[in-house]
Design a protein around this ligand. Structure first.
Ligand code: CO
Length: 144
C-alpha cells in the first residue's frame, strides 16, 4: 500500500540555523519558513531529487513538537511520511491489522494541504509514521 517516501521530519531548536546548515553545508535546496498555526509548527522544506526533509520548529503555546524538543534539546528525527493513494482505505487497513491510528482514527489536513494520519510509534518499530494521501500540494513554498 505505501508508496513513495514523502518526507522525513526533523525537529530543530533553531530553524534559521538548521535551514542554513542544509543550504550552506549540505548544499540543499531550502524553502523559506512557513508558519502553520493550526499544526503548531513553523516549517522549512529541503527539496531532494527523490524526497523532502521537513525541518520543524514549535510555534505557539501548545505545539505538538515542543515536548519532543524538551526531551531532545539538540533536535532529532521526529517522523517519516509515506504516501498512500487513499487515506480512508489506509486507516481501515491499519485498524484491521491492529495498528493504532492517532487522532481518534480520523485523518486531518496536513502541512501540505492533503489528508494525513499519524500511527503510534510503538506499533512501528519506535518510529512515528505519517501517512499522506497523495495529490497536488495545496501550499506552495518559495525557495530561499
Ligand atoms: Co510530516
Amino acid at each position: 500500500m505505501i508508496g513513495k517516501l514523502n518526507h522525513i521530519a526533523i525537529v530543530v531548536p533553531d530553524l534559521a540555523a538548521a535551514a542554513n546548515l542544509y543550504k550552506e553545508t549540505l548544499g540543499g535546496r531550502v524553502s523559506n519558513p512557513v508558519d502553520m498555526p493550526e499544526h503548531g509548527v513553523t516549517t522549512v522544506f529541503v527539496e531532494l531529487d527523490n524526497s523532502k526533509v521537513e525541518l520543524l520548529h514549535p510555534l505557539g503555546e501548545d505545539s505538538a513538537v515542543q515536548n519532543f524538543l524538551n526531551n531532545n534539546p539538540g533536535g532529532g528525527m521526529h517522523h517519516v511520511c509515506y504516501e498512500v493513494p487513499d487515506i480512508d482505505a489506509a486507516i481501515k487497513q491499519m485498524v484491521d491489522k491492529g495498528a493504532r491510528v492517532l487522532g481518534g482514527g480520523k485523518s486531518k489536513i496536513g502541512a501540505h494541504g492533503l489528508p494525513v494520519v499519524f500511527l503510534h510509534p510503538k506499533d512501528f518499530c519506535g518510529t512515528l509514521v505519517e501517512l499522506e494521501e497523495i495529490g497536488e500540494p495545496q501550499i506552495s513554498y518559495t525557495m530561499m
